[in-house]
Ligand binder design. Structure first.
Ligand code: SAH
Length: 230
């Protein structure tokens, strides 16, 4: 067996193992999703000290108390959006920009909103440097969606919400898909919803645990009550 002789090759080997073992074997069957995750260099999206763990089966810290989601979660959420390549997608919670990069390979355009300005700037710079030119990152409260570029064919919320933020439904096109973790701050269900006849129809995919969606239609603070119930 040949040994990888560059750092990039070592990461490529780890990435292939990640896609086969953590994603393919756990029910993510979409060839396009698997191909996109084989292509995006996840190690470029994590802080240098966590790079050796970039392809491990877990979320990792990215600063500001936030995390890059576990690879399997990125695969599952992406698959649930059922993208064909022509869509305009809204992501709430840019974080490192990794999920946005995966989406950008599967859709026409990705609009992503992040509330931490430092993460917004770092993600946009990283995505531009890596050549993901169809991703546009904005700073703001994504629990309000992003009305300027609505409607969207698909919406992915990468933070835990107490309920489906009501404005997101209005920004989703008829027939569009919305994937979102909904529940308490401790645990949630990942919902796949579809807009049919003007209303959202949801089904629960599995239990999950995300960092909280803060803001108007999220929580007021980590470990606090939903903003709307105060
Ligand atoms: N998709 C990211 C991981 C997201 S972690 C990645 O691939 O790296 C969830 C992110 O949601 C965090 O960065 C957090 O700051 C952000 N967030 C929380 N509440 C938000 C809100 N109301 N609007 C926008 N972003 C929010």
């Amino acid at each position: 067996m040949a040994f990888p002789d560059t750092v990039a090759e070592t990461f490529a080997v780890a990435r292939r193992a990640m896609v086969e073992d953590q994603i393919g074997k756990r029910g993510i069957v979409s060839p396009r999703v698997l191909e996109a995750m084989l292509s995006v260099p996840r190690h470029e999206f994590v802080p240098a000290e966590f790079r050796p763990d970039a392809y491990a089966d877990k979320p990792l810290p990215i600063g500001e108390g936030q995390t890059i989601s576990q690879p399997f979660m990125v695969g599952a959420m992406t698959q649930a959006l059922e993208l064909t390549g022509s869509e305009r997608v809204l992501e709430i919670g840019t974080g490192s920009g990794y999920q946005a990069a995966v989406l950008s390979l599967l859709a026409r355009e990705v609009i992503s909103v992040e509330s931490h300005t430092s993460l917004t700037l770092a993600a946009q710079e990283r995505l531009t440097d890596l050549g993901y030119a169809n991703v546009h990152v904005h700073s703001g409260d994504g629990s309000l969606g992003f009305a300027d570029a609505a409607p969207y064919d698909a919406i992915l919320v990468a933070a835990a919400a107490p309920e489906i933020p009501p404005l997101l439904a209005g920004q989703l096109r008829e027939g569009g898909r919305l994937v979102i973790p909904v529940g308490s701050q401790e645990n949630q269900e990942l919902l796949q919803t579809r807009k049919e006849g003007g209303v959202l129809r949801s089904r629960a995919l599995f239990d999950c645990r995300f960092v909280p969606l803060l803001g108007r239609y999220g929580w007021s603070r980590p470990d606090r009550k939903p903003t709307r119930n105060q």
